[in-house]
Structure formats: C-alpha cells, structure tokens
Design a protein around this ligand. Structure first.
Ligand SMILES: *[C@@H]1O[C@H](CO)[C@@H](O)[C@H](O)[C@H]1NC(C)=O
Ligand SMILES: *[C@@H]1O[C@H](CO)[C@@H](O)[C@H](O)[C@H]1NC(C)=O
Ligand SMILES: *[C@@H]1O[C@H](CO)[C@@H](O)[C@H](O)[C@H]1NC(C)=O
Ligand SMILES: *[C@@H]1O[C@H](CO)[C@@H](O)[C@H](O)[C@H]1NC(C)=O
Ligand SMILES: *[C@@H]1O[C@H](CO)[C@@H](O)[C@H](O)[C@H]1NC(C)=O
Ligand SMILES: *[C@@H]1O[C@H](CO)[C@@H](O)[C@H](O)[C@H]1NC(C)=O
Ligand SMILES: *[C@@H]1O[C@H](CO)[C@@H](O)[C@H](O)[C@H]1NC(C)=O
Ligand SMILES: *[C@@H]1O[C@H](CO)[C@@H](O)[C@H](O)[C@H]1NC(C)=O
Ligand SMILES: *[C@@H]1O[C@H](CO)[C@@H](O)[C@H](O)[C@H]1NC(C)=O
Length: 463
C-alpha cells in the first residue's frame, strides 16, 4: 500500500511505534511524552475527519440533528467528550454544548418533538448517558439551559415510568410507541443502558433511589436470562410474544459493556458485601468480553465486533459498538482499580491497530476492522467515531485525574430530581392494564389502545 509520508497521522504513528520500541531501553517519562503527543496527533486527525460529517453548526442546519439516525448524534457527542477529556483539546466544545442542548427537547429529557414520535428507549438512553458523561467530565453547564445532570435525570425519570409490568414481569421495551416494529421486544441495550444510567446517578448523587432502580433492572435482566451471573453470557433480546421465554443470542459488545460499566459504578457506589458482588460482576463480564471480542487469533488485545466483522456485514449502528465499548472500558479502569492493568493494554493495542486503518481515500479515512491493521475499504462517520473514541481513551495511562467526578469530588452540574416530569409516554401501557380486567374483546382492546396512542401522539406533536 502507498503510504504518503507527510500525513500527520502517519508521522504520529511512526513516532508511536518508535517510542514503543524504545520504551524497553530509554527513560520512561520521555517516551511517555512522545507517545502522548503522537496519540494526540492521531486523535486530532481522526476527530477532524469525524467532524467533516457534522453540519449542525452551519447556517440553515439544526445543531445535533442526524435526521435518519438520531441516536448517532449521542454517539458523536460522546466521542467529542472523550476527545476533550483525554486530550485536553477543546476545539469542538462549543458544537458539543450547543448540539447537546438543542436536542434536549422542551422538557429536558431528550424527547425532542421532531424525533420523539419514533424513538426507542435505547436511542434516548444514549443521549442521557452522553449528558451524564458531560457532567462527570466537568463540561460546564450552559447558563439558562438544562444542566447536564438534570438531562440525565430527565431521561432516567421518563424511562422508569415506562417500566412495563404488564408483560414479562417488568423490563423496558425496545421501542417506546406501539406502532413501531420492536415494541414487542424487550432488549438488553435498553435495559442495560437504564441500569448504567441509574448506577451513574446513584454514584453522583449518593441518592439510594437510583441504586434501587439499578438493582431492579439488573435483577430483571437476570430473571429473563438476558444476563447470566454464573457464565456471564449476555443475550441481545427477548420477545413479549412468548412471554420472554426465548432469547435472541447475538453477541454484541455494547450489551456486555453497558452492563459491566453500570456494575463498575455500583461497585464504586456500594460498600461491604454488595461491593464484593459488584466486583465479581465486573470481572465476570469483562472476562467474557475479553474472550469474545478480543480474539486470541489477533493477539488478544485488538477488539473485533465478532458478529459482523468476519463477513463484513456491520451496519451503521454496529460499527459504533467498538467505540462505545472501549470508551466505557476506560471508565471501568478508573472506577475499579483492579481492572486497570487488564484494560490499558487492550485500549492501547486496539488504538494502534485502529489508527493503522486510517489511510483510506487519500484523506485519512478510517476503516471498520481494526484487526487487519490496514484500511479495509470502508468509509463513514461511524468508522471515524469509533476510532476517535479508542484513540482518546488510549491516553488513559498518560492522563491524571481522568476518573469521572461526582457531586462531592469536583462536579458542579445542577441537580433536578424532577426533570422530565411532563413526558406522557409513561402512561402508554396503562390503558391495556385497565381494560384487560374488563372482559372486553381483543378488538375493543386494540381500539382503546390505538385511540389512547393517538391521543398521546397528538399531545407529543402539539406539546
Ligand atoms: C474522504 O473521501 C471519501 C471519498 O471521497 C469521502 O466519502 C469522505 O467523506 C472523505 N472523508 C473526509 C474525512 O474528508
Ligand atoms: C463549525 O465548527 C468547526 C469546528 O469547530 C469550524 O471549523 C467551523 O468554522 C464552524 N462553522 C460555522 C459555520 O460556525
Ligand atoms: C425541529 O425542526 C425544526 C424545523 O426543521 C427546526 O427548526 C428545529 O431546530 C428542530 N429542532 C430540533 C430539536 O431538532
Ligand atoms: C463549575 O465548574 C466548571 C469547571 O470545573 C466551571 O467552569 C464553572 O464555572 C463552575 N460553575 C459553577 C456554577 O460553579
Ligand atoms: C447470582 O444471582 C443470584 C440471585 O440474585 C444470587 O443468589 C447468586 O449468589 C448470584 N451468583 C453469583 C455467582 O453472583
Ligand atoms: C459507604 O460508606 C461511606 C463512608 O462510610 C458512606 O459515606 C456512604 O454513604 C456508604 N454508601 C452506601 C451506599 O452505603
Ligand atoms: C476473570 O478472569 C481472571 C483471570 O483469568 C480470573 O482470575 C477470575 O477468576 C475471573 N473472574 C470471574 C468472575 O470470572
Ligand atoms: C454474518 O455473520 C453473522 C454471524 O455469524 C450472521 O449472523 C450473519 O447472518 C452473516 N451476515 C451475512 C450478510 O452473511
Ligand atoms: C502505564 O504507564 C506507566 C509509565 O508510563 C508504565 O510503567 C505502566 O506499565 C503502564 N501501565 C500499563 C497498564 O500499560
């Protein structure tokens, strides 16, 4: 392959490789400096490439909106948060703050009216997690706008109201609205995401109500087999049609990562025997993640999304999973110190492999499959987002004080425990519950259900 030597990323990589080689012989501090600079250069180039796909700050465009894939905005802003937090480069912070506020909706709960009529719980959750991350990384609140913490609380409050005990003894459905395909499923990422958000809010606020919800979601996932606390297998979904008795068993890294990250926050939050149990959970889920997604045939330290990369069938969502998983691993390393030495080499080697894919299209486009250590012909915003994430978080071992903060360790984002209280979607399951008691026929049930759904839609669209 032709390698244009003038590209900054390539220079950065050469420096990184040389520094790595010399590390055995020469003073560690000096080498760390050089490694740090080369990774920052690489992260800067890849993140710049990522931002060429973002038009939200151009005139006539809508900040933070990705009309055909709204959740990807959250993924992009999470990458920008990691980029700023680990490199210290605030170039994109204005777009970050403006975009995350713009999409927060009138009620501060990431149910903006342009998109709220076709959201999944997982879509909304990712924005809530991005807002929580902003608070934990000390991105300053924007004056006279929703605070980052309150936005995370708004998502939490609206989601727990959708906890659906009318089927499968609880759990969040995948989709929020009955007209959407996926409404009849309860999937792992929606529930694991709520678990993680609750655990993060518990640690930040020290308010046990959030921890109780985290425990409740965790227990429900276990009761349905989405999570197995002996083998640490994590399934992808279960279906209401058969009472959640069978599992979709596809292996996606972000399901594991959403759970081990939440467990790490619970570890940080709890004391005593509960702490020991959460430690076992973190270790068990990490072990399973390492065995599955860091395959030994590629050296054991380079991440692969195993369900779609071998046959190159990854869709846009799936390309984002490695970025989410590696960046959550970095948080876990700071929250559960005993995992640090296991996690850091995986981030560093994955970052090196990922950066090597960024030689595409004569413009440093990154590819999808990091384990090939070269560009694989793929191009896209999602590819850039994932590589940006892994490069940023690979600086973990060269960054001081990178642990997420709380209200008592330097965080000052304003709390609003009642955020998001006007969202109507929590009542979506209630008509079914009331009318099911009447011996009404299925047709009437459906009619009642649909008409209340239409009423809600009107409420959403007008409100
Ligand atoms: C690089 O070039 C490809 C192919 O022309 C294009 O699709 C992509 O948007 C470009 N990426 C950047 C970062 O400029
Ligand atoms: C949008 O942000 C980028 C990166 O910060 C900047 O280079 C560009 O000038 C901005 N565009 C507008 C229209 O503000
Ligand atoms: C919703 O759409 C309108 C019209 O395109 C636009 O002006 C507004 O900024 C959008 N709001 C959000 C949150 O995307
Ligand atoms: C909160 O902290 C940030 C950064 O640490 C600082 O910029 C901001 O002024 C603080 N806000 C308040 C209200 O103290
Ligand atoms: C798994 O969960 C069950 C139910 O909460 C508990 O009794 C058991 O001790 C757990 N096992 C492990 C290995 O944590
Ligand atoms: C854990 O212990 C600390 C220090 O004793 C205490 O402040 C905190 O509230 C405890 N947390 C829980 C969840 O019990
Ligand atoms: C995870 O793997 C480590 C190292 O192989 C092992 O010592 C530990 O017992 C495992 N933990 C769990 C909970 O499976
Ligand atoms: C790719 O492999 C996965 C996992 O083996 C399989 O589920 C999927 O159907 C395959 N996709 C294509 C397009 O071959
Ligand atoms: C982190 O960096 C220090 C010094 O730079 C090095 O000694 C240590 O081995 C590194 N840790 C890991 C897990 O790579």
């Amino acid at each position: 392959m032709h390698l244009p030597r003038a590209w900054p990323i390539w220079n950065g990589l050469l420096a990184m490789l040389l520094a790595g080689k010399a590390a055995q012989a020469i003073n560690v501090d000096i080498n760390s400096e050089r490694v740090t600079e080369s990774i920052k250069d690489a992260a800067s180039t890849v993140t710049w490439g990522m931002m060429t796909y973002y038009h939200g700050n151009e005139s006539g465009q809508i900040p933070g909106a990705f009309p055909d894939k709204w959740w990807e905005g959250a993924a992009l802003f999470l990458a920008l948060l990691n980029y700023w937090h680990f490199t210290g480069d605030a170039t994109y912070n204005n777009e970050l703050s403006v975009g995350m506020e713009w999409q927060s909706g009138d009620d501060g709960d990431y149910m903006p009216s342009n998109f709220s009529s076709y959201l999944g719980n997982d879509d909304q959750m990712f924005w809530g997690v991005a807002a929580m991350t902003a608070a934990e990384f000390k991105l300053p609140d924007v004056p006279d706008k929703f605070s980052w913490l309150s936005l995370a609380q708004g998502v939490f409050n609206t989601q727990v109201k959708r906890w659906d005990t009318t089927t499968c003894d609880g759990g969040l459905r995948w989709q929020i609205w009955p007209m959407q395909a996926g409404y009849t499923m309860k999937n792992t990422i929606s529930n694991a995401g709520l678990f993680q958000l609750a655990a993060r809010l518990a640690r930040w606020t020290n308010d046990d109500k959030y921890a109780q919800w985290a425990q409740k979601v965790w227990d429900w996932c276990m009761s349905k087999g989405l999570l197995n606390n002996e083998t640490w297998f994590v399934a992808d979904s279960t279906s209401i049609g058969d009472g959640c008795s069978s599992l979709g068993r596809d292996q996606w890294s972000y399901n594991y990562a959403a759970l081990f990250t939440g467990a790490a926050y619970m570890y940080a939050y709890t004391n005593g025997s509960a702490k020991a149990q959460w430690l076992t959970a973190v270790q068990g889920l990490l072990n399973h993640t390492f065995e599955t997604f860091f395959p030994p045939q590629y050296g054991g330290n380079v991440m692969e999304e195993v369900a779609c990369e071998p046959n190159e069938s990854c869709n846009r969502n799936e390309i984002l999973f490695k970025g989410l998983t590696t960046s959550w691993m970095a948080l876990v390393a700071t929250l559960v110190p005993s995992t640090y030495d296991m996690i850091v080499p995986k981030l560093q080697t994955s970052a090196q492999a990922a950066a090597k894919t960024c030689t595409g299209n004569n413009n440093n486009s990154c590819g999808v499959r990091w384990y090939t250590w070269e560009w694989d012909g793929w191009t896209g915003m999602e590819d850039q987002i994932s590589v940006s994430n892994v490069l940023s978080v690979s600086l973990l071992n060269y960054t001081k004080d990178s642990a997420p903060v709380t209200s008592t360790t330097g965080g000052n984002s304003t709390s609003n425990p009642n955020a998001g209280s006007h969202d109507p979607s929590g009542s979506i399951h209630k008509p079914m519950k009331i009318t099911a008691g009447d011996r009404a026929g299925a047709g009437i049930l459906t009619a009642v259900f649909i008409s209340s759904w239409i009423a809600l839609m009107i409420w959403v669209l007008m409100g």
